[in-house]
Design a protein around this ligand. Structure first.
Ligand SMILES: NC(=O)c1ccc[n+]([C@@H]2O[C@H](COP(=O)([O-])OP(=O)(O)OC[C@H]3O[C@@H](n4cnc5c(N)ncnc54)[C@H](OP(=O)(O)O)[C@@H]3O)[C@@H](O)[C@H]2O)c1
Length: 289
């Protein structure tokens, strides 16, 4: 059997980790990056450096893309459309679901098939147990290449809509960024009070485990019920103000807590003051009509 082969386009920290994982798994790997010297270490490990995107596309059927955004996707592939026919593009670039859908159509127009992916782990966890990527797009393409994709991370196929992987990915990033920034606001307050991040760690880890709340809230949200009266929105709004005042008293930035307090007060103003925390979704969702 001939050696399995893959092209990796985009060698930021993520693409480099992916190309290295394929090399380690014994794949023949062709790479291309706009800034050519980012391929040096991979070439030293056995990768082949393509001179142009067209040459990279021509090298192998399976092409993994890891770029900053979909503008970069068109910047790289736009001048190489004649080399797209028959290729499978596994686009692990983050961007909006709409852009993923448009890219799938664009690729099909040039004879290529497009799988969208959203990688849920940072580069050091590529090739490690427990890592995961959301995929969506044609199921047959996913199944045909699943084993190869699993060299990188576990593969969680979400459905045929090419936007779906990015819907899952961006939803989780919304959760991730607010949790991580909340942690840094908290760590800044602790530091200001002489408490190190190490000392704070066990308390932060406990508070970051919101699984109980997510477990309970799902039922309320799906039933569109907001009577979780033990944590009324008026109380939540007052509590959010206390966080803002505490940070400001300490001379710290309060950008994210200010935004949260503003949302909580909007929910109260909209008539949800006596309802539970899930009523906040009423000010977050798309207005009716
Ligand atoms: N890093 C993470 O922790 C992480 C975790 C999960 C998901 N992701 C996602 O994975 C993707 C790649 O991540 P990364 O950290 O490797 O990103 P990155 O540092 O932004 O690098 C991405 C690559 O995009 C290329 N690029 C950007 N604009 C370009 C353009 N106009 N033309 C040609 N090439 C262009 C860069 O080329 P140059 O080298 O020439 O600049 C680089 O190779 C992103 O979509 C990111 O959101 C990242």
């Amino acid at each position: 059997m001939s050696k399995q082969a893959v092209t990796v386009i985009g060698l930021g920290p993520m693409g480099q980790a992916m190309a290295a994982a394929f090399l380690k798994a014994g794949y023949a790997v062709t790479v291309w990056n706009r800034t050519a010297n980012k391929a040096d270490e991979l070439v030293a490990q056995g990768a082949v450096r393509a001179a142009t995107p067209a040459e990279a596309l021509a090298a192998h059927e399976l092409v993994v893309l890891s770029l900053t955004d979909y503008d970069a996707f068109y910047a790289v592939l736009g001048p190489a459309t004649e080399a797209l026919a028959g290729r499978v593009l596994v686009n692990l670039t983050s961007d909006t679901p709409e852009k993923a859908r448009a890219a799938a159509k664009w690729a099909a127009g040039h004879g290529a098939r497009h799988l969208t992916g959203g990688v849920q782990v940072p580069p050091p966890l590529i090739g490690k147990e427990g890592s995961q990527t959301f995929y969506s797009g044609p199921r047959d393409v996913f199944e045909a290449h699943r084993a190869t994709l699993e060299v990188l991370t576990g593969a969680d196929y979400r459905g045929t809509d090419p936007g779906l992987a990015q819907v899952y990915y961006q939803a989780l990033m919304a959760l991730f960024w607010s949790s991580m920034t909340g942690y840094l606001h908290a760590a800044a307050l602790m530091r200001e009070n002489g408490i190190s991040a190490e000392e704070f760690r066990p308390h932060a880890l406990k508070a970051a485990d919101v699984s109980y709340f997510i477990g309970v809230m799902g039922e309320y949200l799906d039933a569109d019920r907001h009577d979780g009266g033990e944590a009324r929105m008026v109380m939540n709004a007052a509590s959010a103000d206390h966080v803002v005042h505490t940070l400001r008293d300490a001379g710290l930035d309060a950008t994210v807590p200010v935004a949260l307090a503003e949302l909580f007060h909007r929910a109260v103003s909209a008539g949800h003051g006596e309802e539970g925390f899930t009523s906040l979704i009423k000010v977050l969702e798309r207005p009716a009509g």
